[in-house]
Design a protein around this ligand. Structure first.
Ligand SMILES: NC(=O)c1ccc[n+]([C@@H]2O[C@H](COP(=O)([O-])OP(=O)(O)OC[C@H]3O[C@@H](n4cnc5c(N)ncnc54)[C@H](O)[C@@H]3O)[C@@H](O)[C@H]2O)c1
Length: 291
């Protein structure tokens, strides 16, 4: 589809979501940014409006279906329709210790935002898009971590991002079968890590899903992750959010399902995993650090 009409981006207050909102706004779309962080959302909206882009902010917790329904209702009230929905809000749970020591609330929080957040976006918006009868597209943000193969030290993140891939594959197939002019894509932001707020996701953890046991170590910072990478012989390299937004814009226009930038690292992981499955070999390709 063309980048025209109305775009909704969740997790739109910062990082990749904000960059997508800016890119769509510059293409002339009317943009609704949704985020759980009021202050950051207000700042993003002000900055984008100062560039004369048509942007509205709606405070939304994507883990709550009523909130995403309210986001849809506000969008329809403002603009009468919606063409592009980016289910992008996501968190890293930053659980401590081994997987079997992780708390159920670590899983609940990650599933609430990373998986239910996407399901809520689909359930709230796709019927409205179908009813509108216009061209449309849904982009769901996954990650190479879980989407291609998991970093075993981050199970909540990897498992939820794997779920986003399968969910989007099912969505794509059903939309195709329906004959509706609505496409679907899954995004692996990259080709490298992005220096965004994802590394301080704990700032948005809701009180009702707080950890029951106090942490014994601080949350890993981006500097800690960089040190782990260097110790493993990998030099940290970053991708800019604007570059990812450009890939998304191109992918939506081209109707690409996989918005997965080519990278030796990701391609190698996809290949190694597929070969392991096809050869019925044990998963020796699993690695400890991001690449
Ligand atoms: N940064 C990376 O290297 C990287 C790599 C692969 C995938 N991703 C994915 O990209 C997406 C965007 O992340 P980012 O890197 O821009 O991080 P970010 O933290 O800068 O942006 C995520 C946004 O989501 C918002 N958010 C968190 N919980 C929410 C909730 N319950 N409801 C609504 N909004 C909520 C945050 O306030 C934040 O503005 C995420 O899905 C993330 O998993 C990031």
């Amino acid at each position: 589809m063309e980048l025209a009409g109305v775009a909704v981006v969740t997790g739109g207050a910062g990082g990749i979501g904000r960059a997508m909102g800016e890119r769509f706004g510059r293409a002339g779309m009317r943009v609704v940014l949704a985020d759980v962080e009021q202050g950051a959302l207000d700042r993003a909206v002000d900055e984008l409006r100062s560039q004369s882009l048509e942007v509205t902010g709606v405070v939304t917790d994507v883990a709550r279906y009523e909130a995403v329904e309210a986001l849809r209702d506000r969008t329809l009230e403002l603009y009468g329709g919606v063409n592009l929905v980016c289910n992008n809000a996501g968190i890293g749970a930053g659980a401590e210790g081994a997987l079997w020591e992780h708390e159920l609330n670590d899983w609940r929080w990650a599933f609430g935002v990373n998986v239910y957040g996407v399901i809520h976006g689909i359930n709230a918006f796709v019927p409205a898009m179908l009813a509108g009868g216009q061209e449309g597209h849904v982009v769901n943000t996954s990650s190479g971590n879980g989407g291609a193969s998991p970093l075993p030290g981050t199970p909540q993140y990897a498992v939820t991002k794997a779920a986003v891939v399968t969910l989007t594959e099912c969505l794509y197939a059903q939309l195709q079968d329906s004959g509706a002019p609505i496409g679907a894509s899954v995004l692996f932001p990259g080709p490298h890590m992005l220096r965004t707020g994802i590394f301080t996701s704990w700032r948005n953890r809701p009180a009702e899903l707080a950890k029951e046991k106090p942490r014994t170590t601080p949350y890993a910072t981006i500097e800690d992750i960089e040190a782990q990478m260097r110790a493993a012989g990998v030099e940290p390299t970053y991708t800019e959010p604007a570059e990812v937004a450009e890939q998304v814009a191109a992918g939506v226009v081209a109707g690409d399902f996989w918005i997965v930038p080519a990278s030796a690292q990701t391609d190698g992981q996809i290949q190694a995993r597929a070969e392991s499955m096809l050869k019925r070999e044990n998963p020796t390709y699993l690695r400890a650090v991001p690449g």
